[in-house]
Ligand binder design. Structure first.
Ligand code: ATP
Length: 239
């Protein structure tokens, strides 16, 4: 018996007006896996993440989630199909409490399950302790955690995590990675775009390196040695 990949991307192209950002990207993610998408600035990582989630329109190619063609679906329909893009554009509601933010996810998303709130506090005990605190007064890392917890309320199959640690202090970056690890442990797959290449590689099973809108290298993370990374990403990025 063959299991279809969780995510299958074929020949994906994206244009911003006259400028082409992605030139025929193809890759697959197996069920229950984590993929690190790396590459220098402007390589097309965020564009890829956004095109897969339906946030930017592709001009060619195909995206399949669990063997279902989602290429032309709206971002909302894609989210309902089980793929959540983080940090979400809508973000969290700073004036509401932690608990209200999580409940809101249940109201907005019809696919949310009973007991999801308890499960969220089980995965993120810190949020449980702060359930009555206004979300806007949480630390940066805790806000990312809340954003992730909101996404998990709807039991997604795949999280697209685009630079979740951007601008966070090192301790809070740890919080983000721990949170994503908890999501992984709960059976959620993760496609990660991350400035800290070594951390992303330690987290992931597979790695995709983009250069100028094309796949420059892909393989298992244990094959992505320092020399290879330096070659594609430069000294600083490989660190
Ligand atoms: P970084 O690591 O710097 O965030 P990235 O690898 O995520 O970069 P993208 O943000 O996907 O790269 O950008 C890929 C290319 O597309 C760049 O040349 C960028 O200038 C261009 N681009 C991105 N968004 C737009 C847009 N909305 N309109 C026009 N061009 C864009």
């Amino acid at each position: 018996m063959t299991t279809s990949p969780l995510l299958s991307v074929r020949d994906l192209t994206v244009r911003y007006g006259a400028a082409q950002a992605l030139f025929g990207i193809s890759f697959e993610m197996p069920q229950n896996s984590a993929l690190a998408v790396l590459g220098p600035n402007g390589a097309g990582k965020s564009t890829l993440a956004r095109a897969v989630s339906g946030l930017v329109a592709s001009s060619g190619g195909e995206v399949r989630l669990d063997d279902r063609d989602i290429t032309k679906l709206s971002p909302t329909a894609i989210r309902r199909a089980g793929m959540v893009h983080l940090p979400e554009g809508r973000g969290i509601f700073p004036g509401l409490t932690v608990q209200e933010n999580l409940r809101m996810a249940l109201v907005v998303e019809k696919s949310a399950r009973e007991g999801a709130l308890d499960r969220a506090f089980e995965i993120f005990p810190v949020l449980g302790k702060r359930r009555r605190q206004q979300a806007g007064t949480l630390s940066g890392g805790e806000q990312q955690m809340l954003s992730l917890a909101r996404a998990l309320m709807v039991s997604p199959r795949l999280i697209i995590a685009d630079e979740m640690s951007l601008g966070l202090a090192p301790l809070l970056v740890d919080v983000v990675f721990e949170s994503l690890a908890r999501a992984r442990a709960a059976g959620v797959s993760v496609l990660m775009i991350e400035q800290f290449a070594s951390r992303a590689l330690a987290f992931s099973d597979h790695c995709l390196i983009l250069q100028r809108g094309r796949v420059a290298w892909s393989g298992a993370t244990d094959q992505a040695g320092d020399e290879l990374l330096r070659g594609y990403l430069g000294e600083a990025a490989a660190a």
